[in-house]
Design a protein around this ligand. Structure first.
Ligand code: CA
Length: 221
């Protein structure tokens, strides 16, 4: 399990790195937000511990950028005591948990373990309603029938199925399915949503005007 620690105070960074390494985690440390972001973008990171007060950009800015590109890894924020406004802001930006400094290492460890516990999607099969996606064999089954999907269609559907009921913007879908360098003005996402609707029925993916698309959760579809 790989953890990125973004913390500019050497004493705290070293305390965290040593402690987490002793627990068997691979720890990568960044002194500032930019380096922290690029460590995550390089891939293979399971969790981020993120200080809010950083020299180049605020921790909340780091979190915002991560979520903007659809990066869903768990993020535990470290805040100075009493930064309540930051806590609220962090929650809205999609942080998973908080620790107020000074903190007990064991408590942080417990929270990291809780966030790294396998979630429902750790099996290779994703299910939403009567739709089943086997990410290992790359097979899609809808209402008991196998559906033939192209690689992009599969990747797009997988992204929706990992976030059922959640609105995903075109930018998020583009970066997740096609990579970061695509022209945000392209209509690729709309075209591929159209392909999926044709193959899987028009009611599955809802257009949220001005925001993007969402996969209707089973109770709604
Ligand atoms: Ca700091």
């Amino acid at each position: 399990m790989k953890i990125v620690v973004v913390e500019d105070e050497p004493r705290i960074a070293s305390f965290l790195s040593k402690g987490l390494k002793a627990e068997g985690y691979a720890v990568h440390h960044a002194m500032n937000g930019r380096d922290g972001l690029s460590l995550v973008m390089n891939g293979g990171v399971d969790l981020m511990v993120l200080d809010l007060g950083l020299p180049d950009m605020d921790g909340s800015e780091v979190l915002r950028k991560l979520r903007q590109v659809g990066e869903q890894l768990p993020v535990i924020i470290l805040t100075a005591r009493g930064e309540i406004a930051d806590r609220v802001e962090g929650l809205e930006l999609g942080a998973d948990d908080y620790m107020t400094k000074p903190f007990a290492f064991d408590e942080l460890l417990a929270r990291i373990r809780a966030r790294l516990r396998p979630r429902g999607d750790h099996g290779a099969v994703l299910r939403v309603g009567d739709l089943k996606l086997d990410t290992r064999t790359r097979r899609a089954i809808a209402a008991g029938q196998e559906v033939d999907l192209s690689a992009r269609e599969f990747a797009l559907l997988e992204t929706f199925m990992r976030h059922p009921g959640q609105v995903l913007s075109r930018a998020q879908l583009l970066s997740r399915v096609w990579g970061f360098d695509f022209d945000p003005g392209t209509n690729l996402v709309d075209v591929y949503v159209g392909y999926l609707r044709r193959k899987l029925g028009s009611g599955l993916l809802e257009t949220v005007r001005g925001s993007g698309y969402r996969l209707l959760a089973p109770a709604e579809s």
